[in-house]
Design a protein around this ligand. Sequence first.
Ligand SMILES: C=C(OP(=O)(O)O)C(=O)O
Ligand SMILES: [Mg+2]
Length: 400
Amino acid sequence: MTRITSISLRRVLDSRGNATVEADVLTESGGFGRGAAPSGASTGEYEAIELPAGESIAKAREHAVPRLEGLYAGDQRSVDNALRAADGTDDFSAIGANSAVAISMAAAKAAADVLGAPLYQHLGGAFRGENFPIPLGNVVGGGEHAKEATHIQEFLAAPVGAPSVSEAVFANAAVHAAVADVLDERGVPAAKGDEGAWAPPISDAEAFEVVEEAVDRVADEVGFEIRFGLDMAAAELYDDDEDAYVYGDETKSTDEQVEYVAGLVDEYDLAYVEDPLDENDYEAFAELTDRVGDRTLICGDDLFVTNVERLQEGIDVGAANSILIKPNQIGTLSDAFDAVELAARNGYETVISHRSGETEDTTIAHLAVATDAGYIKTGTVGGERTAKLNELVRIADDAV
Ligand SMILES: C=C(OP(=O)(O)O)C(=O)O
Ligand SMILES: [Mg+2]
């Protein structure tokens, strides 16, 4: 039986050293699942609300846990509906999306444990496990993830020609290492940002040169196509008062930003551009998608926040052609699945994603395989990132 008998919640550390919520779910027949909430730094304005971990735990213990005990862990919709009902708001601001997502993921894992099935199969069904996402690997970054580095938040290796997920994962690690070599040759010192990407004190223009060089070197070595992409996190660059995108001392109007990004797509043959425009500007997203959407992915992260209503608005006007899926942006696995399905029905590519603050939790690796996502964005190096990447390698090797 998969009835939930107990849920324990605790504060644990995330990769930035902040407190986050971990949930353990136990079922009648001894099924066990554990989930931990990640946490963003460049969060979208419309995301579900994360409360301080201790507060979120206290509220969830009082309002959610009593409703959940006795439910079937395997009935994910009921579990997630009960979380929503216990919260009673649209954005999980009563119990916190951090407790909600931790419990939602833990319940799914407990159900998989009872079934004796890998999580991706419990979530995605018997026919999943053959296709794997292309990992987008953050190799250079700045923005909200590292001070005194690039304005663009993430430069992402995209090993689109890799014959296997394992070769893709290792190629991204090789690009990360090659970036260090190229920076060293240029005499540029570099620490690492929150996601383990290099955070050098160089201009965005120089970062393009460095990443292109590193990608080319590794592509030559491995013999398959590697491209690269960006997360511009442009809502963080956009200044409402100036109505412009601010790059240090320079600003760009919205038209100039569209022109700039379209130019970058062509100059660098970018495979992927996330959040190239402000999270409120569907119109400019649509214009850019119209211009370059036939040759690259224009992805909405802060734009869509894994929310079906915001995604539908984008679909209606042709804004973007792909969506970033972050379960903690919306609060439950059911909501994340709904966003994936709406995207798929409308020809939008899905990219399952980590947050800049992460834990060892590997749910998103399973979610990517379960939903047949085209891409996963989960870093390149660092234990909390390799936890997901190595889990993908294990899934491919039938070793989970
Ligand atoms: C992973 C990201 O960063 P954060 O978790 O800080 O939102 C992102 O913006 O895509
Ligand atoms: Mg983003």
